[in-house]
Design a binder for this molecule. Structure first.
Ligand code: HEM
Ligand code: HEM
Length: 182
């Protein structure tokens, strides 16, 4: 089933969630590795090319995700009042950080007016350019927001595992389309 129900996530939300998790971790690792490259490395230009191509793809997927969320139901929250509040705040924070990282990445890449090539298939044009110190400020925001995203996502993953192994409820398995923990 494509749509969410009261008790579990639907295929579209599930595929987007796990694809996002994979891409966020991959983009963070690639971005960090890019910092170690020197001008004479083959990957000095190739690294950012892949990073930006996947980054723009993730941005497009995330916009679709939010639109899909607006026309979809959400599974009922699970856990104590405090856990439900914690989950709500951390999910909101994950979305905010995700968009901050992607939009700041876009602003670094397009600060000088260059467009972004996406896998060499098409280009996304610059929208905002030449703000004072644009590349530097966006670069700082990109780094700190990416680190914060990894920390919150780490806590989020631990919370998911705690629900599964300690509380033994269905919140982890419902991100795989099941309604009950076996
Ligand atoms: C969730 C998605 C993303 C994550 C986790 C991520 C993570 C990172 C990290 C850890 C770095 C190295 C540290 C730094 O210089 O800031 C980096 C660099 C960079 N990222 Fe991203 N990034 C993401 C999305 C994007 C997007 C969408 C773009 C642009 C379209 C982008 C463009 C860049 C650029 C141009 C750099 C090099 C910055 C510099 O040399 O100062 N990133 N990214
Ligand atoms: C690394 C990047 C990740 C991001 C950005 C992320 C983001 C999110 C968001 C925003 C939600 C709320 C539901 C929605 O809006 O679709 C969610 C739900 C969920 N995530 Fe993640 N997630 C990540 C990684 C992980 C990992 C590694 C795990 C497991 C180890 C995990 C397990 C779950 C589970 C079980 C739910 C459902 C919670 C519930 O039942 O309400 N996530 N995630």
């Amino acid at each position: 089933m494509l749509k969410n129900t009261e008790t579990r996530y639907g295929t579209i939300a599930i595929v987007i969630h796990w694809l996002t998790a994979l891409m966020v971790i991959g983009l963070f690792a690639l971005g960090w590795w890019m910092l170690t490259l020197t001008y004479y490395d083959d990957w000095y230009r190739l690294g950012p090319w892949w990073h930006k191509s996947f980054g723009i793809t993730l941005l497009a997927i995330s916009v679709l995700r939010v639109l899909w969320m607006l026309v979809n139901t959400k599974p009922e929250p699970i856990g104590s009042r405090l856990e439900r509040l914690g989950a709500k705040i951390s999910h909101l924070l994950l979305y905010l950080l995700l968009f901050t990282v992607m939009l700041s990445g876009f602003l670094i890449s397009t600060a000088d007016g260059s467009s972004i090539s996406v896998f060499g298939l098409f280009s996304v044009p610059a929208l905002i350019t030449d703000l004072p110190g644009q590349a530097d400020v966006a670069g700082e925001v990109h780094w700190y927001a990416a680190v914060a995203l990894m920390i919150v996502a780490g806590g989020h993953a631990l919370a998911a595992l705690k629900h599964h192994f300690i509380n033994k409820d269905s919140s982890f398995v419902r991100m795989f389309g099941k309604t009950k923990r076996i």
